[in-house]
Ligand binder design. Sequence first.
Ligand SMILES: [Cu+2]
Length: 178
Amino acid sequence: MNSVMHPFLDMSARKADIFFGEPPMRMPALLLAVLLASPALAADIKVENAWIREPAPGQAVLGGFMDLTSNQDASLVQAESPAVAKIELHEMKMQGDVMQMREVKAIELPKGKTVKLEPGGLHLMLFQPKKPLRAGDKVPFTLTVKSSGKIEKLNATAEVRSMTPPVHAPMPSHAHAH
Ligand SMILES: [Cu+2]
């Protein structure tokens, strides 16, 4: 079981399900209670190999990467961490000759497929670390995942790793304009 970081938010989500979801209001109360209590309805999501690229001095934007595998169709809709001001979900794509980066509303996690957040592809963009992050630091973060109309929060930890930028492959497009 994944622990729930924001019990209040989670309760609101469940309440919303009761009022706006499919017709559970007609179900006998006991059955409804059993369904809501069943953890089998929530997606089981593996978070592996989570890491953050150590920023250059003064750099206020960091890339976060990991492998995500869900046992049912789900989508990652939000990420947050007490270590940074904000996290966005990003995608990098070649558009003609130009590598472009944009924010995406969600990252789809198809059932059983390992989705890799990695340099040059989907990634988390972390903004404004509250204190300097150095290689070896462990950064806690929380992912918000939606599956079958349910919202769940996953807590995980990413390790800061240093990566010497390749001399011949500068990544000018990684300079964020937003
Ligand atoms: Cu980005």
